[in-house]
Design a protein around this ligand. Structure first.
Ligand code: NDP
Length: 466
């Protein structure tokens, strides 16, 4: 039986980084993958999604181009061309992942890996390698990084719905799409399909989209969605889906019906723990996730660790990478490196993207009295074309220390801008530091350093509750 220092289950963003750093530091490492080398982000997530966002953006740019003097003839979008080009790029990236792992001297296993006990892994056939024999290997340490899978709502007719995995490979673009859920995936795909020309209905059970984001940003997004061609159905719960000869009928509680060609459930993801044999290794789970901390991803079993979407931490690609990197270094080459998980920036790649770092106003007000600065304006790019929809920027500042606790933006280039500001929020710069920074003119980003007048002061919630 082969023996390794470290065995990683799952070759997604976190698993691959962990394996590489461990191997670079002298560990004998193996990694198993059952579906796609590179995992969700590369194959069914961030990367193909962003390529599709670009495709939708081009449509808007072409529509606005005549205002800038371009004589644009009527254009049509070819879905198949996009999907084939996207697939070629993903295949290229898969190859890079495999060669990178091989070059690092890592042993690759293609198949379904599961625990036999806390030091033994069995690898059996999988969709990617149906004819592989079952083999067993031993490892001193094991990292569980199997990722997650989209969740389907348990309603009658759910089998007629697609999830994000399917959206990347539809044979044709549906003319009408009804998306359930207004989290990251629901909002991003609403922008993609509307931008490519589909009629989009977005159904969500809250009063505002993007739960967890700053309330004012959510309100601003709710106003923008219809301007981006999306029909919104807030505070509505789906009841059942019926198949008709010419499409589907999505019934909402209360009686309304949406007629559509495609029902898309974007209702969260659940960790891939089924069939891993975690019980045989004695690994404890809580609510279907493995409880760990991002800085210290140890499970209750001393030689077993968990990173990425299978855990109850951040469930984003960059945090999974940081978790895997930190863990490998800590085990094989301690450096004392730290990452500021608490100021992880987040972005929703909608056609007017949303990005955020640090605390929302609601979170910050629990602990601090606040000075809030906001700005809303029509981006210059939209002036000649007359395209509707304002950008919105917000700084959440601790009124006592003047430290900027959070920066939020919705509007063109928000993710690119907030990535830069994430350094300022991570290093706890003050509003004064922002104020003495010279703006870069003319940009949207300069608003973050020119917001001189406080929009409002918020007393600390804990004080006002007394
Ligand atoms: P989210 O958790 O972001 O959103 C889920 C949505 O489904 C919410 O609107 C939620 O409503 C709704 N929902 C959940 N259960 C029900 C129900 N029973 N009935 C009706 N509605 C329901 O999940 P996503 O699927 O959008 O994305 C999964 C994860 O993938 C994200 O959390 C993120 O970690 C990651 N991701 C990150 C991206 C990025 O960084 N840009 C892009 C895509 C995914 P409510 O809000 O009311 O609970």
């Amino acid at each position: 039986m082969q023996e390794f220092d470290l065995f990683v289950i799952g070759a997604g963003s976190g698993g691959v980084r962990c394996a590489r750093i461990a191997a670079q530091n002298g560990a004998r490492v193996a990694i198993a993958e059952r579906r796609h080398w590179g995992g969700t982000c590369v194959n069914l997530g961030c990367v193909p999604k962003k390529l599709m966002v670009y495709a939708a953006d081009y449509g808007r740019e072409i529509a606005d181009a005549p205002a800038y003097g371009w004589d644009v003839k009527p254009v049509a979008h070819d879905w198949r061309t996009l999907i084939e080009a996207k697939d070629r790029e993903i295949t290229r990236l898969n190859g890079i992942y495999v060669s990178m792992l091989r070059k690092a001297g890592i042993s690759l296993f293609t198949g379904n890996a599961r625990f036999v006990d806390a030091n033994t892994i069995e690898i059996g056939p999988s969709l990617l390698a149906p004819d592989e024999p079952v083999i067993r290997v031993k490892a001193k340490r094991i990292v569980v990084a199997p990722g997650s899978t989209p969740v389907r709502l348990d309603i009658p007719g759910a089998e007629h719905a697609i999830v994000s995995d399917d959206a990347f490979h539809l044979a044709a673009r549906p003319e009408r799409v009804a998306i359930i859920g207004s989290g990251y995936i629901g909002v991003e795909f609403a922008g993609i399909f509307a931008g490519l020309g589909s009629k989009v209905d977005l159904v969500y059970r809250s009063d505002l989209p993007l739960r967890g984001f700053d309330q004012e940003v959510r309100s601003h997004l709710a106003e923008l969605l219809p301007l981006h061609g999306i029909a919104v159905h807030p505070s509505r719960t789906p009841e059942r889906i019926e198949k008709e000869t010419d499409g589907y009928r999505l019934h909402l509680e209360g009686g309304d019906v949406i007629e559509t060609d495609c029902v898309f459930m974007a209702t969260g993801r659940r960790p891939n723990i089924d069939g891993l044999g975690l019980d045989r290794a004695g690994v404890r789970t809580k609510d279907g996730r493995i409880p760990v901390s991002a800085e210290e991803p140890a499970t209750n079993v001393p030689n077993i660790y968990a990173i990425g979407d299978v855990t109850d931490t951040y469930n984003l690609t960059p945090t999974a990478i940081a978790e895997g990197h930190l863990l490998a270094e800590r085990l094989y080459a301690p450096q004392g490196r730290d990452w500021s998980f608490g100021t992880t920036p987040k972005a929703v790649f909608f056609s007017s993207p949303v990005a955020t770092v640090g605390l929302t106003e609601e979170e910050a007000a629990e602990q601090h009295a606040l000075d809030i600065y906001t700005s809303s304006f029509t981006p210059m790019r939209q002036t000649l074309s007359g395209r509707k929809g304002k950008a919105f920027l917000k700084l959440v500042v601790d009124a006592d220390s003047q430290i900027v606790l959070g920066a939020h933006m919705i509007g063109p280039d928000a993710p690119e801008i907030i990535q830069g500001l994430a350094i300022a929020v991570t290093t706890r710069l003050t509003k004064r530091d922002f104020d003495r920074t010279i703006g870069l003119h003319p940009t949207s980003a300069e608003e973050f350093v020119t917001m001189r007048t406080r929009t409002r002061h918020i007393p600390r919630h804990s004080d006002s509750k007394r």
